[in-house]
Design a protein around this ligand. Structure first.
Ligand SMILES: Cc1cc2nc3c(=O)[nH]c(=O)nc-3n(C[C@H](O)[C@H](O)[C@H](O)COP(=O)(O)OP(=O)(O)OC[C@H]3O[C@@H](n4cnc5c(N)ncnc54)[C@H](O)[C@@H]3O)c2cc1C
Length: 225
């Protein structure tokens, strides 16, 4: 799946159903009044809503204080298009369960994405200082599996990668903000988790209750991983 195309597809669906989309609108503050929440934008505008779903990823301000959340750094390399994939059975996606792990897949324009080699740091400077070395390690790991495929790096990056101690995503609620749901779909299957959590929050808002909400609330007992 191409995640960017996927997100644009979702936004098109929202638009086709009459939803309004405001890009580049940073939320800088919030307040709750009687029966509605007020959110403030960087441009000093005010958004008033009875129900709010916050899906701000790793930048969510509640993330930093969530005791179940973890933050590490991950790396990826995208190669130049490769002429010959001989030896790579059906160009099958590979994802190691080892730690540190490496994953690799090909793209429709015949590049290879090689990623992983996570580091246990949540500091951007430390993360970025390891980008070049991680790029080399990822290429070496690829070459050890496919010595005959020429993998020449074209793009490479380091990114934060959020997870939870018990491996489960979180729906966070705050007594001071009734009817506001913070979705923290952290973990290796974050995109899949998002689908599950969205359904639960939808049920909660439309019918007043979801039988599965308690499984994901931040107040649940921590399960062993
Ligand atoms: C390297 C890497 C590899 C991954 N691989 C996989 C995978 O293979 N499979 C999988 O299922 N998941 C994977 N994930 C996880 C997945 O990407 C996330 O779980 C998913 O993107 C979370 O979606 P989200 O919409 O909750 O948050 P995000 O996609 O992080 O989106 C949050 C948005 O909120 C915006 N935002 C933040 N603060 C504010 C603010 N104050 N005002 C306005 N906007 C704000 C941000 O700019 C961002 O656009 C991976 C993540 C990383 C980093």
């Amino acid at each position: 799946m191409n995640p960017l195309k996927f997100v644009y597809g979702l936004l098109e669906k929202v638009k086709s159903r009459g939803g309004l989309i405001f890009e580049n609108t940073e939320i800088t503050g919030k307040r709750y009044e009687q029966d509605h929440a007020l959110f403030y934008t960087k441009e000093h505008r005010e958004i008033r809503a009875r129900y709010v779903i916050i899906a701000a990823g790793y930048e969510d301000s509640d993330f930093k204080t969530e005791k179940n959340a973890t933050l590490a750094s991950s790396y990826a390399v995208i190669t130049k298009p490769v002429a010959d994939f001989s030896g790579w059975y059906k160009r099958t996606l590979i994802w190691e369960t080892a730690r540190p792990y490496v994953y690799m897949r090909t793209t429709p324009d015949n590049r290879i994405i090689i990623g992983g080699m996570d580091k246990d740091t949540s500091y951007a400077e430390t993360r970025d200082s390891k980008i070049l070395a991680s790029k080399d390690k990822l290429i070496t790991a690829f070459n050890s599996l496919f010595p005959d495929i020429q993998a020449i790096p074209e793009y490479y990056l380091g990114a934060f990668y959020g997870g939870t101690h018990d491996g489960m995503p979180i729906i966070s609620q705050n007594e001071a903000y009734p009817n506001c749901y913070m979705i923290m779909a952290y973990g290796d299957n974050g995109t899949v988790y998002n689908g599950v959590l969205a359904k639960i929050v939808e049920d909660q808002i439309l019918t007043g209750a979801s039988p599965d909400l308690n499984l994901y609330l931040q107040t649940r007992p921590l399960a062993a991983k």
